[in-house]
Design a protein around this ligand. Structure first.
Ligand code: FAD
Ligand code: DHB
Length: 391
């Protein structure tokens, strides 16, 4: 089989890339290890920054987002006794949208299906070959057990942090940067109306907590827990008690409304960057090249920004034989990657508590400055609502 771009991974990065390429008349084939149902139901990110929404609008995929998503002006930043609203719209004239990654993926998958995009789900043994030649190819075993080879002009590694693409960049070329954090998140989804109009990020001496949402009737909440936490040690009652305490139960008349929990999981936190994001005819995008801890809500948005940079680069390469944007892709994408890596690290280390009382004082001082100074608040707003694509 032959195509112009072989895309590994049908997450947001892979599906969006195939969509953007098709708009330019470029043919692609997508391969994915999981089933379509699994990919469409995986609960992950929930916040879309300004430029992600703009891009989805521009490609005609903003309709359901505009109808069912919720536009937020900003977030609440909280520590015991104090809750402050950081108003992004007022500070930087940009907003964010609450619209789950599951919904973005559904919209992308429906658009690709309507366009007749070839997607192989439930493949095994994915391997990339000959990426430093002009004739790279991908091999895999399809869901019926057939061995398939796809020859392509270019391979796009959009296969997340566990896929084979990042390891296809030889050791002599690649460099990695990594930070693991001494805490994880316990994430829950609950069938209850959110107790807040916009997200609450709360510092508390028991640990960080966050109140997010998916719709007018579904809440998404997170608690800082130690690494290695067994989800079964957290009963629903224990979760609601901890959330109520950390989110400031009873404070200024505010209460957290509990409800039936429909999903519970523990998420480890890690920062990781691999460079370069291009090797020969292999281009990496999204989690395949970098991971951020979720506190800044950047993972999905960064995957979208990578692909928005990669699609025009591949179009120029394949349609005009102009390799200049492809040559600068890695450097261009990495500028934003490192900005988001720093912002995510900063939000994470400002809000998650440790046993060190000195750290706690520095965190509280930082939070007071961010919430109380226009310069501090603007820095958070500019990064959270998202810098323009190409920054
Ligand atoms: P992915 O969505 O990981 O997609 C990669 C795809 O490649 C997957 O579908 C995978 O099955 C497929 N694949 C892997 N190996 C192969 C192979 N060998 N062959 C073919 N296909 C393969 N970000 C936030 O901002 N906020 C959050 O709350 C948040 N929560 C998260 C929770 C979890 C459990 C995880 C893992 C991530 C979370 N993220 C969050 C990060 C965000 O979801 C990711 O940054 C985003 O999904 C990146 O998109 P992607 O397309 O690059 O990668
Ligand atoms: C969500 C996740 C995040 O990591 C974040 O910073 C904000 C919201 C969410 O899942 O809704």
């Amino acid at each position: 089989m032959r195509t112009e771009v072989a895309i590994i991974g049908a997450g947001p990065a892979g599906l969006l890339l195939s969509h953007l390429l098709a708009e330019q008349g470029i043919d692609s084939v997508v391969i994915e290890t999981r089933s379509q149902d699994y990919v469409l139901s995986r609960i992950r990110a929930g916040i879309l920054e300004h430029s992600t929404v703009q891009l989805l609008d521009d490609i005609g995929l903003g309709t359901r987002l505009r109808a069912e998503g919720q536009q937020h002006r900003g977030i609440y930043l909280q520590w015991p006794e104090e809750r402050h609203h950081i108003d992004f719209t007022e500070l930087v004239d940009r907003s964010v949208w609450v619209y789950g990654q599951t919904e973005v993926t559904k919209d992308l998958a429906a658009a690709r299906e309507a366009a007749g995009q070839q997607i192989f789900y439930e493949v095994t043994d994915t391997a990339v070959h000959e990426v430093d030649t002009e004739s790279p190819y991908v091999s895999f075993v399809d869901s019926s057990g057939r061995h398939v080879r796809i020859d392509a002009a270019v391979i796009a590694g959009c296969d997340g942090s566990f896929g084979p693409s990042r390891a296809a960049v030889p050791d002599r070329v690649r460099q990695t940067w990594e930070r693991t954090y001494p805490y994880s998140w316990l994430g829950v989804l609950a069938d209850v109306a959110p107790s807040t109009d916009e997200l609450i990020y709360a510092w508390h001496s028991d640990g960080f907590a966050m109140h997010s949402m998916r719709s007018a009737t579904v809440s998404r909440l997170y608690l800082q827990v130690p690494n290695g936490t067994d989800v079964n040690t957290w009963s629903d009652d224990r979760i609601w008690d901890a959330l109520s305490t950390r989110l400031g139960h009873g404070q200024n008349g505010w209460t957290l409304q509990p409800g039936p929990i429909t999903d519970k999981s523990v998420l480890p936190m890690r920062s990781y960057v691999q460079t370069p994001m291009r090797h020969g005819r292999l281009f990496l995008a999204g989690d395949a090249a970098h991971i951020v801890p979720p506190t800044g809500a950047k993972g999905l948005n960064l995957a979208v920004a990578d692909v928005a940079t990669l699609a025009p680069a591949l179009t120029a390469l394949l349609r005009k034989n102009d390799g200049s944007l492809a040559d600068s892709y890695s450097d261009d994408a990495l500028r934003r990657v490192w900005r988001c890596t720093h912002f995510s690290w900063w939000m994470t280390t400002m809000l998650h508590t440790s046993d060190d009382p000195f750290d706690a004082q520095l965190q509280l001082s930082q939070l007071r400055w961010v919430a109380g100074s226009e310069a501090g608040a603007t820095g958070l707003a500019e990064n959270y609502a998202g810098l323009p694509i190409g920054f």
